[in-house]
Structure formats: C-alpha cells, structure tokens
Design a protein around this ligand. Sequence first.
Ligand SMILES: C[S@@+](CC[C@H](N)C(=O)[O-])C[C@H]1O[C@@H](n2cnc3c(N)ncnc32)[C@H](O)[C@@H]1O
Length: 264
Amino acid sequence: MIHQVVVRGVPEWVDAGKLLGQPFTSEDDAFTAELDTEAAADLAARLRNVGVGGALLSVQFRPRLKRPAIRAGRTRDARARRDTTPGFTQPGAQWDDEGRYSLTPEALALVMGKAANKRDVTDLGCGVGGNTIGFARAGCTVAAIERDPIRRRMALHNASVYGVRDRVTVATELSDDATGDLLFIDPPWGTEWDRERTVVNDFPLLVTSLERIQRADFTELWAKLPPSFDPTSVPNATAQAVFGTRPGDCHRIKFVWLSVRPHA
Ligand SMILES: C[S@@+](CC[C@H](N)C(=O)[O-])C[C@H]1O[C@@H](n2cnc3c(N)ncnc32)[C@H](O)[C@@H]1O
C-alpha cells in the first residue's frame, strides 16, 4: 500500500533531506512524499514524539498506518538504534556513567574541532573529554574545566590516550576574570530532558555563559544542546542540526550546535 506522508515543523536550519531520509518534495512548510507501508512506518517510528527547534514535528499519513505496521516499524527502529555513532574508539579510554551517556561521539567532536579553526578553546564542563579531545586533535589549545574530580582525571587520561595531552590544561572552575576566544559548553541535559521543547533557562550553564559573552569575556560561544532546543530563546544565536554518521542515527538529530556572538 502507498501512503501520502506530510511532515510539518522542520525548521529551516535543519537539513530536511537528512532528517527525513527519503525523497520528499517541499512546499511552504510542508514536506510531502508517497511511501510504501514499511518506509512510512519506519518514518513514523523515528519521528514519533520528536521535538525539533522548540516544537513537536507533525507527521500525517493518508491512509493511516495500521497497528501491526506501526509495531513492526518500532521494532525495526529499536534494532537500528544499536548501530549508532561511537563515542571513543581508542582502546584504553575511560568514562563513568555520566561521562558515557553525555559523551559527544568522536567523529562529531572532530567535525566541531575542525570548525574551531585552531582557535584557543575553553571547554566549560568537559566531562571525560569528548569535545576537548576533538578540539585538541584539530589543533586547538584547550582549557578544559570540569568540577567532578573523577571525570576531570579521566579527561586528562583520555587526552593522553589520543596523544593530545600537551594541548590540554584542566581546572575545576571558570574563574570570574577568565577571558578567551571560543567558549564551548555542553551543559548537562539530565536524562529527563523535555523531548518537545527546551529553552535557555533549562540550562544554568548556558545562562551564565551567555553573561560572559555579553561581557565580551569571550569572542564566541558554542553550545551543544538537545534537538528540542528552541534557538529563538537566545538573542543573536544561530543554530545547526548535527546528525549521526551510522545507519542507526544518520537520520536523527544528535544535538543542536548553537553559536552566539556578543551583541554589537
Ligand atoms: C554533558 S557533560 C560534557 C560532555 C563532554 N562534552 C564530552 O563530550 O565528553 C557536562 C559536564 O559538565 C560538568 N559541569 C556542569 N556544570 C559545571 C560547572 N559550572 N563547572 C565545571 N563543570 C561543570 C558536569 O560535571 C559534566 O561532567
């Protein structure tokens, strides 16, 4: 059976082709395609209850999908999720529970690192070092800051494993008089973050970092935030959606990469 599928609510800063993973045509804010039942059910499973940029996506099927097709789609989706972009790939890397689930996948951290263009980076809340190492491998000097002593030690250990220990310093907190070029934050999302909409005030570390940007202590702020983050809650911000690289997450937004410069 063929279903007409209409998806609405994809922000213009999201690559709709990557998100939908199917040939859709677009008109105004609607993306439309004709898909067989299996492809439609896969899309339904993947986009179910997914908020992007501050609102849930709207996904409609005509004719509607039947329950067995929906169930089969969810089963395939759960199976596909086993093959996602890996965290650290080097043997010997260390992490604790929080460090593992909040780790930026190695390939994506390296993409961000290269985009930093060898600037000096302050990684505020470095965890076990996923982004710190991505920046350092791309030639940046990194001031890594982590309040948890175990993760701080692991970040240094992991920097050694990746051969970039000489580009990384660590500290426990960002001092009030610290200044620099690029300030990067990956604030804790918690396991219960709102899948529909998150905003600036949900992330205390983002609020304090924005204050430092407005004081011009740093020239730019980058933040890694959940797909549901509404970038319009931050004045002067630009957003891009970062997708995974493996079959299980190449059509999923892993995080929003927010960039903010001081007001003119
Ligand atoms: C989401 S994790 C960072 C993960 C990291 N980007 C990676 O890829 O490995 C956030 C970390 O920020 C730390 N953190 C939160 N608030 C902090 C603060 N004010 N100062 C220093 N570290 C902080 C937490 O302890 C946690 O380890």
